[in-house]
Design a protein around this ligand. Structure first.
Ligand code: MG
Length: 171
């Protein structure tokens, strides 16, 4: 069995528009101002997608879903993640698990962790875990200027033994 790992990082600043919804890991956090971005700016889902693309050697989110493309304006990032999972599968890989560390002074993520994990796990088709960390007041994240997320993804090859990474080495 062949495995590969990938890491993903994303950061979005908070929007100046107080009516913009905050979506993290596919979950709506009511009563909190959202993040600035072309899609719904779901920084957690974007980091998960980046990690999966990286593991499969498929580039980054921006190359697949450019922010100049009107199709993705305000897009539900779970739809983007579903497309990423499809691309990863098409390339011969299945997600094993993804783990995320979200860096946010607020909102508190722990009360919604299960919802985020369930939403992401349902899309990825493998366990996705989400942890929340505060930035301890340090830097822009600590001044509540935005939210960042780091993710690690493990994927395994769908290919059978002898062509474990999908590459035919018989010739
Ligand atoms: Mg992003």
């Amino acid at each position: 069995m062949t495995f590969r790992i990938g890491n993903g990082f994303d950061v979005h600043r908070f929007s100046d528009d107080p009516s913009r919804p905050l979506v993290l890991g596919g979950v709506l956090f009511e009563g909190h101002v959202g993040l600035h971005g072309h899609s719904d700016a779901d920084v957690v889902t974007h980091a998960v997608a980046e990690a999966l693309l990286g593991a499969a050697g498929l580039g980054d989110l921006g190359s697949h879903f450019p922010d100049t493309d009107e199709r993705w304006r305000g897009a539900d990032s779970l739809r983007l993640l579903l497309e990423v999972v499809r691309l990863v599968g098409e390339a011969g890989w299945s997600p094993v698990n993804v783990d995320c560390s979200t860096i946010a002074e607020r909102p508190k993520l722990a009360p919604r962790r299960d919802e985020m994990q369930d939403a992401l796990t349902a899309i990825v088709g493998a366990p996705v875990t989400v942890k929340g960390r505060r930035a301890e007041g340090i830097g822009g994240l600590g001044r509540v200027e935005g939210i960042a997320c780091l993710a690690s993804a493990l994927i395994e090859s769908n290919a059978t033994a002898g062509s474990a990474d999908g590459t035919d080495r018989s010739s």
